[in-house]
Design a protein around this ligand. Structure first.
Ligand SMILES: NC(=O)c1ccc[n+]([C@@H]2O[C@H](COP(=O)([O-])OP(=O)(O)OC[C@H]3O[C@@H](n4cnc5c(N)ncnc54)[C@H](OP(=O)(O)O)[C@@H]3O)[C@@H](O)[C@H]2O)c1
Length: 343
């Protein structure tokens, strides 16, 4: 007998990807319910070779639902996740609403799987920010070899990280440039077509953005509170796939060859690192793939015990939907997910 699974935000970029990943990986579900806002009532979404009719979230009774994969933004999550959790349904939330709550584990299975058991306080588990997820997958095996003291990360984040509206805006603006129409701006603060924008999420008091703050705080929560992290987060005109240039300072020497060997064996990582034309990964190639790719591994000659690496992953998969489904699998594999409904 399998589980009853609800996907909230099933019409969105991440929700659609969740449905395909649940199917691809054969998650033990007897029933999958697709939920979104009332606007999408009756819309059809694909689940493997089946089609699901989308139902409104506010009309769904979670009493016999075992697990809810939530991907409908922070405000919806704040309103609904505690209520759903209180009905005995475990929520895995993609928004930032509960990531910094001490009673909610923030999980990347390759990094801190054991922390998942803490979910019972609220019945909520948080999925990290897309940039943090791929970053910690690459940092964890290196940190196990030589303690990381400081990380400087610059992100190159695709427009799909801003939802389906972000993808539409890049498409529409690019088209407008080619046909000499006026370029209209809605979602992003400046034109994104043929441009880059050094601003994601709101500004904080110290001049950094919330996205940059999230990368710092979430890395500390999942990997090690002693690591110093500083980030510059930039939106780039790429549809899918986030890239990161990462400078890492360790407490002891680590060569580029050692790092390459460690990362080759690390769960979730795939090293593509040839010192030749095209011997590295780009975000275009990461789209639709599960791996966190690492390229351009080299020693930083300006720093004692320093390395530079280039990290790329599909933000809708490892950065969101895949990681969520992996957390659900972790609960199943550890016997932590109870079935509520009768066979
Ligand atoms: N994209 C990424 O790379 C990424 C990575 C990590 C985390 N996340 C997080 O995942 C969440 C979703 O992101 P996304 O990229 O999939 O956004 P999206 O493409 O804009 O989709 C948003 C989804 O939320 C639903 N929704 C909105 N208001 C709702 C309501 N009141 N009740 C029920 N459903 C509602 C929408 O349904 P309708 O179609 O009915 O409006 C849609 O299905 C966000 O919290 C985001 O921060 C995204």
């Amino acid at each position: 007998m399998g589980y009853k699974v609800a996907v909230v935000g099933a019409t969105g970029n991440v929700g659609r990807e969740m449905l395909s990943i649940l199917d691809e990986r054969g998650f033990p579900a007897d029933e999958v319910v697709a939920l979104a806002s009332r606007r999408s009532q009756g819309t059809e979404v694909s689940f493997g070779d089946k089609t699901l009719k989308v139902k409104p979230l506010d009309q769904h009774d979670f009493h016999d639902t075992d697990i809810c994969l939530m991907s409908a933004g922070g405000e919806v999550s704040k309103q609904w996740s505690p209520k759903i959790g209180a009905q005995g349904c475990v929520v895995i939330d993609n928004s930032s609403a509960f990531r910094y709550d001490q009673d909610v584990p923030l999980i990347v299975p390759e990094v801190n799987a054991d922390a998942v058991s803490g979910f019972t306080k609220k019945n909520i588990i948080a999925n990290p920010n897309c940039s943090t997820a791929q970053l910690v997958v690459a940092l964890k095996p290196l940190h196990d070899f030589a303690t990381i003291k400081r990380v400087v990360v610059s992100t190159y984040q695709s427009v799909s990280g801003a939802g389906k509206e972000g993808m539409d805006e890049l498409f529409q603006q690019s088209r407008a440039v080619f046909v000499a129409d006026p370029v209209e701006r809605k979602k992003f603060t400046k034109r994104i077509a043929f441009n880059v924008i050094p601003h994601i999420d709101v500004f904080m008091e110290d001049g950094s953005t919330k996205e940059e703050w999230k990368v710092m705080v979430e890395t500390k929560k999942m990997l090690d509170p002693k690591i110093k992290v500083t980030c510059t987060a930039v939106r780039v005109p790429v549809f899918i796939g986030h890239s990161e240039a990462v400078n890492i300072e360790f407490d002891k020497p680590i060569t580029a060859d050692e790092a390459r060997d460690i990362l080759r064996q690390a769960p979730g990582c795939l090293v593509i690192d040839k010192h030749e034309d095209g011997g590295y990964i780009t975000p275009y190639e990461s789209a639709g793939e599960d791996a966190t790719y690492i390229s351009r591994i080299r020693e930083d000659q300006t720093l004692e015990n320093g390395l530079n690496i280039w990290v790329v992953s599909d933000n809708l998969r490892k950065g969101a939907a895949l990681n969520t489904v992996q957390i659900a699998e972790l609960l199943v594999n550890r016997g932590l997910l109870k079935q509520k409904h009768a066979a």
